[in-house]
Design a protein. Structure first.
Length: 313
């Protein structure tokens, strides 16, 4: 594999419907405005968005030997995401989630775990890490990732000069301990506020940021949803607004924000411009269904980042 960007972690199939404000009783039915079926997950959705934004992306995960897995692999291939380091696991289903999005954009989840929970890091992945310019580690909590191979993977990337970003999903109680083991290798940690609170035990946004910085990453960007984001590094803390848009589905906005951040970093954007581009990526995704929403290419997203109005504080 020769990918500029490797995304490591969860790969799922999302089945999204909108708007669903109530489930009809019994065998009743109702009409909704849209349904989509899309690859998603902290690594898979991230890689898909990054590819749409022009990055040469590869995915390190696992898929099942079912129709869902073939669909996910096919859509990723259509957009240029390399899945050669994402094996098909015989006898296992692909992780999948049903998301009934309500008219306010909220998203209860019905998740069926699958192959992605059994992903591993092998020697080919370690070799690919040594050739990547960017690594997005979204595999905290993966049951089968050996700590020694994880550390070799991250060290291979770091030694080769790669920038390492990190995101999470629904961190378990032991996630903070796992994060502390790798935080020194992370250039930018990008949790949601809910994740930051779970990891640190703090409720205040700035307290969370301080606690996460103390673990060792160079930069912490806490995603605050409609309230924007909080950036913390050695120079201090800065807040950035989200953009004002009509929200349809926020399901993959966090992954989109991370992908936008890395895509802008790869173009040598300043930190402020990176955050603005990341926020624009998330805002475009939020305006439609599924992982890509209304997202266009890099130039379209850059134009949106310069023209969309910020949401009022």
């Amino acid at each position: 594999m020769h990918a500029d960007l490797l995304a490591v972690g969860l790969a799922t199939l999302d089945i999204v419907g909108y708007p669903i404000d109530a489930i009809p009783p019994g065998e009743g039915g109702t009409l909704i405005s849209g349904i989509d079926i899309v690859p998603a997950g902290t690594a898979c959705g991230f890689a898909l968005v990054a590819a749409v934004l022009g990055m040469k992306a590869g995915l390190v995960s696992a898929l099942g030997d079912d129709r869902a897995g073939r669909f996910v692999r096919g859509v990723l291939a259509e957009h240029g995401v390399d899945t050669s380091l994402t094996p098909t696991l015989p006898g296992f289903p692909t992780s999948a989630t049903i998301l009934p999005i309500d008219s306010l954009g909220r998203r209860p989840t019905l998740h069926a775990p699958g192959a992605a929970m059994l992903m591993e890091i092998n020697e080919d992945a370690i070799a690919a890490a040594a050739a990547a310019r960017y690594v997005h580690w979204a595999a905290i909590g993966a049951r089968r990732i050996d700590a020694a191979k994880r550390d070799r993977f991250l060290q291979a990337a770091k030694s080769a000069g790669a920038t390492i970003t990190c995101d999470l999903i629904a961190p378990a109680p032991d996630a903070a301990a796992e994060l502390s083991q790798i935080a020194g290798a992370i250039d930018c940690l990008l949790p949601s506020l809910t994740e930051a609170r779970t990891l640190t035990g703090h409720t205040g946004e700035e307290d969370c940021a301080r606690a996460l910085l103390a673990l060792g990453p160079n930069t912490v960007v806490i995603k605050l949803g409609a309230a924007g984001s909080l950036v913390a590094d050695a120079t201090g803390m800065r807040r950035h607004p989200a953009f004002k848009v009509e929200v349809v589905d926020t399901t993959s906005c966090g992954d989109a924000f991370c992908a936008g951040y890395v895509a802008a970093l790869a173009r040598d954007f300043t930190m402020d411009a990176r955050i603005r581009f990341a926020a624009a990526t998330a805002a475009l995704v939020a305006q439609g269904l599924g992982t890509l929403g209304k997202l266009g290419n890099f130039d379209d997203t850059l134009s949106a980042s310069l023209t969309m109005l910020p949401r009022a504080a």
